[in-house]
Design a binder for this molecule. Sequence first.
Ligand SMILES: [Zn+2]
Length: 267
Amino acid sequence: MSELNTLPEHGAPSPFAHVREGLRTALRQALDVALPPLCPCCREPLGDGVGLCAGCWSKLSFIEPPYCARLGIPFTYDPGPGLLSMEAIAAPPAYDRARAAVRYDDIARALVLGFKYGDRLDLAPMMGRWMARAGRELTADADALLPVPLHWRRLWARRFNQSAALAGAISEICGVPELHDALKRVRATPQQVGLSKPERADNVQGAFRVPADHKAEIAGRRLVLIDDVLTSGATVDTCARALLRAGAAHVDVLVFARVVVPVRSPI
Ligand SMILES: [Zn+2]
């Protein structure tokens, strides 16, 4: 119904206009309750379920051992415990270990985009549960979880930090407290999408800092950085450098999804 229909011919608001508007609001709210939640990947109704539909769930590619002890990149065969990938030897990151719940493929991408840009904060507990499982060995002896911060302008536009929502869900499961504000994004950086690995590293260079009044919370502590997606690792590497400069004893990384290039071999 158009707004014009609520006005009688002389232009004054109809005495029933607010009643109609109230009814419309009530109808919208009733529809929100009546319509089942949708799968964030394929948009099919979930019925009584939550999270993903069974079809999309079965297509998610969970990362399981064997994988590189340092980077968490899955191996195609089991080379034995503690072995490192070529990448970990050739270009060791500033952080110690990285783990991810799933491979970043079409299904994981749809899930992350729905979570990040589709106001689907309701997905955080499910994604956090999978991350807590993937990161058990990291959180077992960690002092705090640190979500990768957004610049305040992006936080304002998006209204929430997806990494903080994930950190909150993981913290509830493993009991490791979250640390907010101890790491700041001091420079707004363009999105990393479409950049090469060296360009990504340049893009986030110097973008994070531990404020002087938060150094005591970082010094000597074992920290786990939390983010949604790991692509080149440039962002978490820059964060880890800032934390280690501030005196952190140890920095690990736990993400929901990571990009995995198919052919990987241990050495
Ligand atoms: Zn689905």
